[in-house]
Design a protein around this ligand. Structure first.
Ligand code: NAG
Ligand code: NAG
Ligand code: NAG
Ligand code: NAG
Length: 142
């Protein structure tokens, strides 16, 4: 009886939960995955697993009216690492992506070419090496 009661309470809590949508959660998790891959990210303190539901207010993050991440603006944020684990496919609504003036190295991933809504892309003043992938040509809104 008690178990059934608890179960029902749990169910009603589930339906009442003002949880962020699944898409928003995977965007936040994608951002966290990238942050974890960085060897220096002290400026991203607000990017926290304890604060997934607030990810639209994380530093450098802007969302559209639908609560989906539309901008990452982190110029001069002292980021050290690569874009290898950046979750491009979870962040397809990005219109601005500005990482100017950090210490990111490695290659520029071809998956960047999937961010076809981008109107602003600034990866300059970093330590990237290798060729610029031809997939960048798919970013026709830049
Ligand atoms: C969550 O992020 C917001 C915006 O950056 C901040 O004001 C708030 O203190 C954070 N809360 C926690 C629990 O980290
Ligand atoms: C893009 O944003 C819209 C809301 O404006 C949302 O419905 C959609 O799920 C988002 N797409 C992705 C891939 O997150
Ligand atoms: C990036 O720089 C770090 C040192 O800061 C180095 O260990 C690493 O091999 C570099 N990675 C690439 C892909 O160049
Ligand atoms: C772009 O996205 C498609 C599917 O969403 C995926 O199959 C493809 O591998 C992505 N492109 C790159 C270069 O990652």
């Amino acid at each position: 009886m008690k178990t059934a009661y608890l179960f029902l309470t749990y169910l009603s809590l589930l339906t009442l939960c003002l949880c962020p949508s699944r898409a928003a959660t995977s965007e936040a998790e994608g951002l966290m995955r990238w942050k974890s891959s960085l060897s220096s990210s002290a400026s991203l303190k607000s990017w926290s697993v304890n604060n997934i539901s607030n990810h639209c207010r994380w530093i450098g993050i802007r969302c559209n009216d639908g609560g989906s991440v539309s901008g990452i603006d982190l110029p001069g944020a002292d980021l050290v690492g690569t874009l290898d684990l950046f979750h491009f496919t979870a962040l397809l609504n990005l219109t601005t992506f500005n990482l100017n003036g950090n210490a990111l190295n490695g290659s520029i991933p071809a998956a960047l070419g999937n961010l076809t809504s981008l109107t602003l892309l600034d990866l300059s003043n970093n330590l990237f090496s290798g060729a610029i992938p031809p997939e960048i040509g798919r970013l026709t809104e830049l």
